[in-house]
Structure formats: structure tokens, C-alpha cells
Design a protein around this ligand. Sequence first.
Ligand code: PGA
Length: 234
Amino acid sequence: MLIAGNWKMNKTASEAAEFCAALKDRVAGLEGAVDIAVFPPFTSLSAAVRTLADTEVAVGAQNVHWENDGAFTGEISPPMLRELGVYAAIVGHSERRQYFGETDENVARRASAALENGLFVIACVGELEHEREAGETENVVRRQVSVLSEDDRLVVAYEPVWAIGTGKTATPEQAREAHRFIKELLDVPVLYGGSVTPGNAEELLAQEGVDGALVGGASLDLDSFVAICETAAR
Ligand code: PGA
């Protein structure tokens, strides 16, 4: 099981250092029982890497570019992350697709460049609410997954967009169904994401094909994040 905390645009470097120092103590006993990773904003990566250096908690970035360097204002490349001691990157988060124009094609490029550079990758997929209502979920997810290639370091996160930050979660059946579908397309671990909390984690993580969770809002609060990690460890 992998529990990954996507902090989004939250926590400055000093806040990240403080959070990671506390996290380190709280999850020390879970080592070996669950894999844990945090995904701070770029400016807080270094503080997180330093604070978690002597632990099993991994640190990842929320995005990564496909080129190693060049005229790409505002972007960060895989070697830049590697040199910092960053271990993984998220690609294709729905907020990147929705607000920053990311497409299946550039998500695929980001994923393969990151993998080639030795990073682990969490590639996010998931349908919008109107797509689910129109019975399009499988078509959308198939389109998003089909640009990815199987890799030992690739993980997919199924995040129904209507469940992200809304307090609505997929039902256990919806999650099971989507994870089964993704695994038929690609033989990789699949995380569930979308309003995961300590209250619903147990049921979601118990579903067949759910290999962990990508947690947004609840990963910002130490008690909530630790509780979800403890649930996964059981
Ligand atoms: P949420 O976010 O847990 O706040 O819904 C999940 C995500 O966007 O990864």
C-alpha cells in the first residue's frame, strides 16, 4: 500500500520542515507496513528532503517537465528534481489539466521523461462529473491511460474529478470498477484519490484493486494524514 500526500499549493518551506519533522516521529513505527510519500510544492521540496532524509518517507514533486533544460519558463526538469534528492513526481493531476491546459499528450511526455530519469511517477486519470453521467467514464479513462506505458516505477492514480476537494467520494463499487478497468489496460498499482479522509479510508482501501491513496486536503493535517497511513498499515 502507498499513501501519497498531495499538498497542492500549500505549506512554505518552513511549514514543510515543521510538518515533516512531526510526521517522521509519528510514522516511525509504520516502516515496512505501508509506503508513505509527500508531494510538497517545488519551493518546499528541499526542506522536505532534508527533514525526511533518514526515514523511509519519500518526497515527490507535483509536476515535472519533459525536457532536461531549455527555454521553458516556469517549468522544472527531471534532473533538477533528482539533484535535490526528490524521488517521484505526479503528472496529469486534474488541476493541471483543468487550469493549466495539460493534455494527454504532454502528460505522457512528462511521465516518460521522469521515468527515464529514474523518478517514480504517479500519473493521474479520472472523469469529470458530466462524463460519468453521460456513461463516458471508461472512454475517458481509457484515453488517458492509453498514452502511458507500463513501467516498474509507474503508478496510476484514479481520481474522479467530481470527487476531488468536494467531500464526495466514489462509492466502493465505483472505485473497484474503475481500478479493475485501469488494471486491465495497464498492469501497475492504482491509487484512489478524491476526498479521502480518515473516515472513509478503511472502506476504500479495502476494495480489490485499490493499492493505496492519493490524499489532498486530508494530507495537510498531521493527525488526518497519520490516521490514513495507520489504516493502510493495518
Ligand atoms: P482531495 O484531493 O483529497 O482534497 O480531494 C485529492 C487530489 O487532488 O489528489
